[in-house]
Design a protein around this ligand. Structure first.
Ligand code: FAD
Ligand code: 2HG
Ligand code: ZN
Length: 494
């Protein structure tokens, strides 16, 4: 059934036997192994409910040594495995395709150390991102990554996907902030590289290979990361704009006039806000007092959420005020509101962070996460909307059409668009209309088919749109060298 569903064949891997189960019992306690059919469901299904595997076994090691013993055995037996963190990945990389064993890092959730003077933070891979940030907040520091799934995703999963998130603009990519990793390779070898050094030019920077490797090269068990001081003053402006050109102009002005205090610059189109409204069921931040219907969103084609973070409130307030005066004075921005307190600030973020979840409320969603030059970025959304209409697949009103709506939003400050096609059901005809159309568009505009979510299962066959033959060969060489039997997350990535 799965082979038909996915058009891939099960690899030549061993099948799980009673002897295998007994062996795992010799490494783990019974409560670290899941075999019950109902309990397995959550580990077999991805966040979008788009990909479903058939694993019969989940292992939840507590220590690096246990991970090492498990992998050494699986490698010897040629048992395929899927490393899993919080299972919030959006490309089908975190769930099995067939009967791969799931190795969950959920029980590896200890904070190892924090150095207050340097901000160097060492954690097990299974620490939840939000828990890591809450710990750091008490020490006056911040985790240099934030994203909508923070309450569920794990730090190890973030590193494995090289997650970008909402403040990459300010703190940069994990390739810069991660200082060291502990990783268990396919044969059980432990690479202990939990360094605390910002500078170390001795040999290849091996940790970089694992940042964004999506479980294909090893299981990350520990992360050492540099965490900056937590900003004392945070402001958010939520703005309405008349065109995509104005969004770009607003970004340029924000970069030059807010400069060092600009910490996020996100954009959302009108229909993405309509989706969010249907799911959040609260009043949109730019609604007037007399239009407080939960479903009503003002008619601006685009919205921007920008955040400033700094150390002095008066200084930041003044800068933001001057910026707003300028962009409203020259009509770059036509409406807006500024956060007054912590609660309001969080509410404003929900209108951006909530879109990912809102886009799948009608039955499913096809997600595309691309890098494109700013000036051609939104034209992808328009091209897709037009194509779906022309093929008669899309209608918000007509429930017989599979597509509800295609919306665009994202980290415009990083050149990263999220195109979400909300569907009433997953449907091969819609998928064919979108793929490879979207990837061809991106390649033609010299973009990347995955800005931050990765390749996983969804984009494995499309890597050629973003990488050259030489690059693909080198990636395959590395994979083959460190995982010659291909047991780590097969059918994905490459
Ligand atoms: P999982 O989903 O469990 O796994 C993801 C991949 O990493 C899989 O291939 C898995 O095999 C591998 N993996 C997991 N743990 C390990 C490990 N310890 N060692 C080796 N491999 C491992 N992403 C962004 O980049 N930016 C965003 O703004 C963003 N926002 C999101 C918002 C929502 C609401 C959701 C649902 C997802 C969002 N994502 C975003 C997707 C993002 O990839 C994940 O949220 C997160 O980084 C994955 O962490 P996880 O622990 O859930 O990993
Ligand atoms: C975000 O930025 C995430 O909200 C999710 O990367 C995007 O769901 C998506 O397509
Ligand atoms: Zn994103």
């Amino acid at each position: 059934l799965t082979a038909d569903k996915y058009a891939v064949k099960r690899g030549d891997f061993a099948k799980l036997s009673d002897e295998d189960l007994s062996h795992f019992h010799s490494i783990l306690n019974p409560n670290q192994m899941i075999t019950d059919t109902n309990d397995l469901i959550a580990f077999n299904q991805d966040w979008m409910k788009k990909y479903t595997g058939q694993s019969q076994l989940v292992l939840k090691p507590k220590t690096t040594e246990q991970v090492s013993k498990i992998l050494a055995y699986c490698n010897e037996r040629k048992l395929a495995v899927v490393p899993q963190g919080g299972n919030t990945g959006l490309v089908g990389g975190s769930v099995p395709v067939f009967d791969e064993i799931v190795i969950s890092t959920a029980s590896m959730n200890k904070i190892r150390s924090f150095d207050e003077s340097s901000g160097i933070f060492k954690v097990d891979a299974g620490v939840i991102l939000e828990a890591a940030d809450t710990f750091l907040a008490e020490k006056g520091h911040i985790f240099p990554l934030d994203l909508g799934a923070k309450g569920s995703c794990f730090v190890g999963g973030n590193v494995a996907t090289n997650a970008g998130g909402l403040r990459l603009l300010r703190y940069g990519s994990l390739h810069g902030s991660v200082l060291g990793l502990e990783v268990v390779l396919a044969d059980g070898t432990v690479m202990d590289s939990m360094h605390s050094l910002r500078k170390d030019n001795t040999g290849y920077d091996l940790k970089q290979l694992f940042i964004g490797s999506e479980g294909s090269l090893g299981i990350i068990t520990g992360v050492s990361i540099l965490c900056p001081a937590r900003p004392k003053s945070v402001n958010i402006a939520f703005l309405g704009l008349e065109s995509y050109e104005m969004v770009q102009k607003c970004f340029q002005t924000a970069r030059s006039d807010l400069c060092e205090i600009l910490s996020a610059f996100e954009f959302m189109d009108h229909d993405s806000q309509l989706l969010a409204a249907k799911s959040l069921k609260t009043t949109h931040p730019l609604c007037q007092e007399d239009e407080t219907g939960v479903d009503s969103v003002p008619e601006y084609p685009f919205y921007v959420l920008l955040e400033t973070s700094g150390s002095t409130k008066e200084h930041d307030d003044e800068k933001l005020e001057n910026f707003l005066e300028k962009v409203m004075g020259d009509e770059t921005v036509v409406d807006g509101t500024v956060s007054q307190d912590e609660t309001q600030l969080r509410t404003l973020w929900t209108w951006r962070e909530g879109i990912a979840e809102a886009s799948q409320q009608f039955g499913g969603v096809y997600k595309y996460d691309v890098s494109l030059p700013l000036d051609s970025m939104y034209s992808l959304v328009e091209a897709v909307q037009e194509r779906l209409k022309k093929l008669n697949l899309s209608s918000t009103e007509d429930e017989s059409k599979p597509v509800y709506e295609a919306v665009g939003y994202g980290h415009i400050g990083d050149g990263n668009l999220h195109l979400n096609v909300a569907v009433r059901e997953y449907n091969k005809e819609v998928e064919k209309a979108l793929e490879p159309f979207v990837y061809e568009f991106v390649s033609k505009h010299h973009g990347s088919i995955s800005a931050e979510h990765g390749l996983g299962f969804q984009k494995k066959n499309y890597i050629g749109y973003s990488k050259s033959e030489v690059e693909i060969r080198m990636i395959k060489d590395i994979k083959h060298h460190y995982d010659p039997k291909g047991i780590l997350n097969p059918y994905k990535y490459i």
